[in-house]
Design a protein around this ligand. Structure first.
Ligand code: SER
Length: 387
């Protein structure tokens, strides 16, 4: 199955079960939303999970692009991406959570052909505020899947306040031999799908109150699912990343980890630019600036003459097409190049400043403040320059 087949199989499965397909929104939440980027499929649906009637009904399905900066330090490993897509299904006060678990298993088994032996599930074991999720535990046992109870790892919320609830996380065995251990004891069990019983809301005071309706919110990272189904060792060994992994190593020789960082950050930057963000020193623009500067840092470690102007048009075009973005390829390249020039000047200036005698030896808090406020050198770049 290629990525398009996988997306279609997911959407069709839920459509056949009465779900309306809703168009995923951009990475940018509406102005009233306090967060910078859409972080999950449910995010744009928050008001409907809280009880506002959705114009397309109570059963929804979609594919939503998301951006998470919380995982930034994990980027370069085999499973995390900054910008990724999430397949999601929702019951807005309609069917119950066990129904969602049963359909979930049916789709994995019959739709995607995943054998039972490769799956393991975790459920919420309870805490001082909410009891254990016995309903899910029993449902998974009835379905014949191994299941493990955990603490707050099986509690889902999108932030300190708002809709939340216990979840069931479905893991896939990625090891070479037969499955061993469990998701909490062996990291070769990789989470692929999360079914949240979204029935509570956390208020400003930290207290939990029932939502007006009991919902189900499920989310499955597309790239991870594709890598599992295509038998790749990582999200980068999929048809989605095939052009990247074919073309970039012919341009730049990098170790595997740096190559994954460069690919992730370049692709994520393109999508963010495609959604209208431009590099700046605050908010979304700063996230974009950091992504571009981090990838340049990896690129320039061995050879400072490398430049994103070598980036083939094909990669930019394919990324924009995949995310259905209408921006011109040249505009994306210009934004990247402009930021590359700025960063290069900044580093040049930074090197000159740091070569002054007063900056030999360990830097104090005051030095960092001065370098930041007077020379625009953030701490992380100073650390990089000193290395
Ligand atoms: N909200 C859950 C998640 O992001 C399921 O969609 O994992």
């Amino acid at each position: 199955m290629n990525t398009d087949d996988i997306v279609r199989t997911f959407l069709d499965f839920y459509r056949e079960r009465g779900h309306e397909s809703i168009t995923g929104s951009t990475l940018l939440p509406p102005p009233s939303d306090p967060v910078l980027f859409t972080t999950s499929g449910m995010h744009p649906l928050t008001p409907y999970l809280q009880g506002r009637p959705h114009p397309q009904g109570r059963r929804l399905v979609n594919l939503q692009r998301c951006l998470r900066t919380t995982d930034l330090d994990d980027i370069g490993d085999l499973t995390h991406l900054t910008v990724f897509e999430m397949l999601g299904s929702w019951s807005l006060g309609d069917y119950d959570h066990p129904q969602s678990l049963r359909w979930g298993y049916e789709l994995l088994r019959d739709g995607f052909g995943i054998p039972r032996e490769k799956l393991y599930v975790t459920v919420f074991g309870g805490d001082e505020q909410v009891g254990p999720d016995l309903e899910s535990l029993h449902t998974w046992r009835e379905l014949g899947l191994p299941v493990e109870s955990t603490g707050d790892e099986n509690w889902w919320s999108n932030g300190p306040v708002g809709p939340c609830g216990p979840d069931s996380e479905i893991f896939y065995w990625t090891g070479d031999g037969p499955p061993e251990g469990s998701p909490t004891t062996d990291s070769r069990w990789v989470e692929i799908w999360n079914h949240v019983h979204m029935r509570l809301e956390r208020g400003e005071d930290g207290g939990l109150v029932p939502l007006r309706q009991v919902n189900v919110d499920t989310g499955m990272g597309l790239e991870r699912l594709v890598s599992v189904l295509q038998g790749g060792r990582s999200v980068y060994e999929t048809d989605l990343f095939e052009p990247w992994m074919r073309i970039l190593p012919t341009l730049w020789v990098l170790d595997d980890h740096s190559m994954r960082v460069v690919v992730d950050h370049l692709r994520s930057s393109m999508v963010v630019i495609g959604d209208g963000v431009r590099p700046s020193n605050t908010g979304r623009g700063y996230v974009l600036r950091r992504l571009i500067r981090r990838l340049l840092t990896s690129l320039w470690r061995d050879d400072p003459s490398r430049t994103v102007s070598d980036l083939p048009v094909e990669l930019v075009g394919r990324t924009l097409d995949h995310f259905r973005q209408s921006l011109e390829v040249d505009t994306v390249r210009e934004v990247l190049l402009d930021e590359e020039r700025r960063f290069s000047h900044l580093l040049e200036r930074g090197r000159r400043v740091l070569s002054r005698p007063e900056f030999r030896g360990p830097l104090s808090e005051e030095d960092y403040l001065y370098l930041h406020d007077t020379h625009g050198l953030p701490r992380e770049w100073v650390a990089g320059l000193l290395r």
